[in-house]
Design a protein around this ligand. Structure first.
Ligand code: C2E
Ligand code: MG
Ligand code: MG
Length: 641
């Protein structure tokens, strides 16, 4: 019976399509992609050699040299396959550094393949592996079975490796990778018993196709704008690196004014800019023989991850990037005024925890910008990131442990010359970290949704206080309670607030809710609806932190606001005579709109006097009192009265 070569042809077609996809989708960059490409090429080489060998066989006598070469190459590439696949597995697990640490180990891993190579080269003289018989037909030699043994050795090593690193893979990916082995084994057995069905390489090509679809998925890993690996790949690779204890040096490049550049340039030009920067980084990486893996994480954040490179080389490249991404960086001849922070971070020397490493990179913004390369060893504060890591847990436990408490900061009424109100400010006390600032935990609570529970807690505490007899005797008109952006956007906020007020029999006029300008620029519908319902019920509103951002007066004029709270930052810029003009006019404008003013952050007698002279109604600040616990607050008001 003649050998059926069509399986090889099919394998060839599959591999050609695969290679085309790899090239067209630019999946030739990065170590993992290159190793996969090598795997495909080895299967391809085996297929071509096999087709040649079979077709030479069909020609009958003659072509001895061609037959020898084709069969030798086929056997060589066939044996090389499990070796390259094993190398691919090492690459996927990112464990080359571990293998390389033990020369005896990897040298002994290479010996079987070297032995096969030597046997195949000397085969021409010895005929131990195969020879051409009297009719010049291919015949197996007495040592042919060594090839099976060698392949089996690599299969066993590969399976053992996969079992050992099982935890590094998700179930689906793990099963795909390991399933290649039974696929190979079954095809070898079939071909052994039915030598005319040349299905081994077809099975192998199906195996690589499966890996291509399940493991090498480019859409999972490649950012379309830049062609670099994307955030999910970075997070995955960083976590992997920690799991396999691989030290790395990361050059973090954050274009800190990315959002304003995007607003200025628009979508297409921003993508062009990103591609431009990505190309520059790629070119630098290539020209300097730096060999780093490149990532683009979105919002103007690039990463270069280097492994073996010396620190001096990393510094040199970081400095070049820093010089390249200067404010005069040009796109199509236009200077962009780019502000890029470049920071070198070593794992584990500078940061030994992957979440902290990711969070640190994320936080690297304009406030760190110096114009020079930054070093994580100098600016990273582990306490902060440890706290951030633990914060969700701390907040979860805080309710049970009664770690939250509400403090009150008295607000002085200039006209009435007494403390007529107070702001409720939340405090979180943790056993390990002590007092944690609301500026730290409120944003986290907003992200994980805990803010709603926290908001309800504060309002209930305040209402319980207002409903008490002691409160009535203090003569405090109302308490200001802060609302966060996430709370304002919640559709049933108004109902929840009114329900709590009702429950404690607190009049809506005794509560003043503080909202911020950022809240007013978000989801307008839900927010306006809430303000509307609450206003009609008699709750009043303050606009908090006025002047800390870009204030939109037209927008403010359209909101049902009674009080504007001038931000501390306004006050800290007192030295500037122009600021005084702005301040005087702002105050007049607010008053003309029939709103009252609370000045926040007043720390000195001089400032208190100055703002009273400017006709501001209320003054709040350390000059009178810091935020204090309820009992102290009661004492304070009683003493003042
Ligand atoms: P905020 O609403 O603007 O609160 C005023 C902040 O200024 C408070 O900081 C207060 O302690 C501080 N402060 C008051 N007087 C002075 C002063 O004279 N000098 C200086 N340097 N600071 C002064 P705190 O308590 O750390 O709160 C920070 C922010 O956290 C608050 O800013 C508010 O946005 C938020 N926050 C606090 N409690 C709550 C809450 O219960 N719910 C919500 N959603 N946010 C809250
Ligand atoms: Mg406030
Ligand atoms: Mg404020």
């Amino acid at each position: 019976m003649e050998k059926i070569v069509y399986y090889d042809y099919s394998a060839f077609v599959v591999l050609v399509i695969l290679l085309l996809s790899i090239v067209l989708r630019k999946m030739t960059r990065g170590r993992r992609n290159r190793c996969f490409l090598l795997l495909v090429l080895v299967v391809m080489a085996a297929v071509i050699a096999d087709v040649a060998a079979i077709n030479y066989g069909k020609l009958g006598a003659g072509n001895v040299a061609g037959k020898y070469v084709a069969h030798t190459l086929y056997l060589f590439f066939h044996c090389l396959l499990p070796v390259v696949y094993f190398a691919y597995l090492i690459t996927l697990t990112d464990t080359w550094h571990r293998v390389m640490k033990y020369p005896a180990l990897w040298i002994s891993c290479c010996i079987p393949m070297l032995a096969v190579t030597v046997l195949l080269i000397t085969n021409l003289a010895t005929g131990h592996i195969f020879y051409l018989d009297g009719q010049e037909n291919y015949t197996r030699g007495k040592l042919f079975y060594i090839l099976y043994v060698v392949s089996a050795i690599y299969v066993i090593i590969g399976v053992a490796y996969m079992l050992f690193y099982r935890r590094l893979f998700k179930r689906g990916k793990y099963l795909t990778l390991i399933s290649v082995y039974p696929l190979m084994a079954v095809s070898v057995v079939i071909q052994f018993f039915f030598p005319y069905y040349i299905i081994e390489l077809f099975a192998n090509s199906i195996g690589v196709l499966l890996i291509f679809m399940m493991i090498q998925r480019p859409e999972d890993k490649i950012d379309t704008a830049t062609g670099l690996s994307k955030l999910s790949a970075y997070v995955h690779d960083m976590r992997r690196m920690v799991e396999v204890e691989k030290p790395v040096k990361v050059i973090m490049v954050n274009v800190t004014n990315y959002k304003s550049l995007r607003d200025m340039l628009g979508y297409d030009a921003t993508n062009e800019l990103l591609l431009h920067v990505a190309d520059d980084l790629r070119a630098l990486n290539w020209n300097q023989h730096f060999g780093a893996e490149l990532y683009y994480l979105g919002v103007g954040k690039f990463r270069l991850v280097a492994e073996k490179q010396h620190f001096e080389q990393v510094e040199a490249v970081a400095n070049q990037i820093n010089d390249m991404l200067k404010p005069d960086y040009k796109l199509n001849g236009m200077e962009l005024n780019m502000v890029a922070c470049v920071c070198i971070t070593r794992y584990p020397e500078d940061i030994n925890n992957v979440d902290a490493l990711l969070a640190f990179g994320n936080d690297l913004d304009a406030k760190y910008f110096t114009g020079s390369v930054l070093y994580a060893s100098e600016i990273y504060r582990p306490e902060h990131y440890n706290l951030m890591r633990d914060l969700e847990g701390i907040m979860e436990r805080a309710f049970a442990n009664k770690a939250f408490s509400v403090y009150y900061q008295p607000i002085y009424s200039v006209q009435e010359q007494r403390f007529n109100s107070a702001e409720a400010l939340l405090r979180l006390h943790d056993e390990k970290y002590g007092f944690i600032s609301p500026e730290i935990f409120i944003p986290v609570a907003e992200r994980n949704g805990a803010i709603h529970k926290i908001g309800a807690f504060v309002l209930e505490e305040v209402c319980r206080f207002i409903a008490s007899d002691t409160f009535r005797s203090l003569g405090i008109d109302y308490i200001e309670v802060n609302l966060s952006v996430a709370q304002c956007m919640r559709t049933n906020l108004a109902q929840e607030v009114l329900e709590i007020l009702n429950r404690y029999h607190v009049s809506p006029s005794q509560i003043n809710l503080e909202i911020t300008e950022t809240a007013t620029s978000y989801s307008q519908n839900a927010m306006m609806e809430n303000l509307d319902v609450l206003s009609r019920a008699g709750v009043t509103f303050s606009l908090d932190d006025f002047g800390s951002g870009y204030s939109n007066m037209r927008r403010i004029a359209s909101l049902p606001i009674h009080i504007v709270k001038l931000d501390k930052s306004f006050i800290s810029e007192q030295g500037n005579p122009n600021i005084l003009i702005v301040l005087e006019n702002t105050i007049r404008m607010i008053k003309d709109m029939n709103m009252k003013i609370v000045v926040e952050g007043v720390e000195t007698k001089g400032l208190a006097k100055q703002f009273s002279d400017l006709q501001c109604e209320y003054i709040q600040g350390y000059y009178y009192s810091r935020p204090i616990p309820k009992d102290e607050f009661i004492q304070f008001i009683e003493n003042a009265g």
